[in-house]
Design a protein around this ligand. Sequence first.
Ligand SMILES: [Zn+2]
Length: 260
Amino acid sequence: MSACFKRYVVCCFAVATLTATASGQTRYTTIVVDPGHGGFDRGGIPGQQVPEKMMTLDVSLRLKPLLEKAGYKVVLTRDTDVFVPLGTRVAMANSYPNAIFVCIHFNSATRSGANGIETYFYSTESAPLAASIHSAVVGGAPSENRGVRRRGYFVLRKTTVPAVLVECGFLTNPTEAQYAQTNVYRQQLAQEIARGILNRPALAARTTYTNRSSRVDVGLQPFLDQRFVRESGTHHRRHKTSTKKKSSSTEKKKVSSEEQ
Ligand SMILES: [Zn+2]
């Protein structure tokens, strides 16, 4: 490549960047994909047969090439079965100012009948992204729509970029666990999540004011504001704090929003 052509390419890129930022919207170029749990943290509830950590990793590994094909730089917080502290995951996302952070999880509950898809966000500017991903995943899954939910999980609260956490069905539900264990279904989940990311509406910039606001835009999706729900489960507690390994012995083995 000649020096002259190189300069031309650099100039074009600079102009494109300026055009995008001049419109007032951040130009999101990177997707940080976060496969939930890993290593000693299997995810789910004690005695759960299907390990959540393997399902989240597999969906994330399938999601990566789909987003790369669409032109995004994709960073995985882990690409093997290792434990990564929540603080490290958040730090990775925050190190890319033009990133979108997408956490992949599966749900669990002591009641085997519990089923469906939930998508979480916390900051106001993440709401349209959550709604877009949720709508795509629910549309492609034979599962109940449990709604878009606003909640202060650690990984959502501490990220400075738009952040969403998708619960791709209950591994404690026989039907959903069966689906999740097939390659075809996990590929479909990855495709729907990618579609939701690519089709997202414009995301406003985060400000101190809007982040406190109760006004969020989740389109036509059912919405639950769970910002003030007291944490009682072990599963979701792990999204919230990276320091406590084990809950107290008195704590109930209740999990998921199913019981909150
Ligand atoms: Zn999880």
